[in-house]
Design a binder for this molecule. Structure first.
Ligand code: IPE
Ligand code: IPE
Ligand code: MG
Length: 241
């Protein structure tokens, strides 16, 4: 069967996007602080990113911090930012070995100067790699992304670099953070919640969604395989008959 590789496993989609949710509940169940859940979730991210690379996923997009997550306590936010810096430093170290390209979706201007610098370094130093791309959504909100894109198109119009009638879906896509990245075929949300929480509304217009009842820190490569199998059972019509 064309969809299977030599190990009889279904070939993965080219682009998988994951809402890494459930860290807080995982910690609560164990009587631990929420930050311990985020640390465990960070380990899961590392495992799943490596697994995706090993099975040939070309793009992995992960929701790490939303524009709404600033509503959380200062303690939780600073813990999360420290963890993000740790995984970025580590990712930067392994980048040359693994040839992973890092990109960031979201408004980085609200991050601390140190974290922002780490993101910018990771993005520019890995821009030469094209085998695998990990897109981190950091201070990301889908509506915010669309508004920023609309503003920058309007600026181009005001500067005489574009005309309103030039705007197409394709051109608008080039103003988005995801410029040049194909839309995700599959979006996975663990933790049992069935909503998208402002994650990639433009890019997921025709994505398949798989909602799973496992908390992100407990998510394993076998869960990813199960989501991919579910994806292959779907009948994607894209509006056709
Ligand atoms: C996801 O886990 C991580 C972030 C949103 C940063 P949560 O912290 O939302 O975990 P729950 O949903 O409270 O269990
Ligand atoms: C979405 O999860 C954001 C991330 C996983 C980074 P949330 O936990 O913030 O979403 P809601 O509040 O349950 O919708
Ligand atoms: Mg949550």
């Amino acid at each position: 069967m064309a969809l299977e590789d030599t190990n009889n496993k279904l070939l993965p989609p080219k682009h998988i996007a994951i809402i890494m949710d459930g860290n807080g509940r995982w910690a609560k169940k164990r009587g631990l602080p929420r930050t311990a859940g985020h640390a465990a979730g960070g380990e899961t991210f590392r495992t799943i990113a490596n697994y995706c690379r090993s099975i040939g996923v070309k793009y992995l997009t992960v929701y790490a911090f939303s524009t709404e997550n600033w509503k959380r306590s200062e303690e939780e936010i600073s813990g999360l930012m420290k963890l993000l810096a740790k995984y970025l430093r580590e990712g930067l170290r392994d980048m040359e070995k693994n040839h992973v390209r890092f990109r960031f979706f979201g408004d980085l201007s609200r991050l601390s100067p140190e974290l922002r610098k780490l993101c910018e370094d990771a993005q520019s130093r890995s821009a030469q790699y094209h085998e695998v791309t990990v897109n981190f959504c950091l201070n990301y909100g889908g509506r915010d992304e669309i508004v920023r894109a609309a503003r920058s198109f309007a600026e181009d119009v005001a500067a005489g670099k574009a005309k309103p009638e030039m705007l197409t879906e394709q051109l608008f896509g080039t103003y988005l953070d995801s410029e040049g990245v194909p839309d995700p075929e599959l979006v996975i949300r663990p933790s049992g919640e069935m909503r998208i929480s402002n994650f990639l509304p433009w890019q997921t217009a025709y994505s398949e969604f798989v909602f799973m009842n496992v908390l992100w820190p407990d998510f394993t490569p076998a869960d990813l395989d199960a989501a991919i199998e579910e994806y292959h059972r779907r009948n994607r019509r894209f509006g056709g008959a």
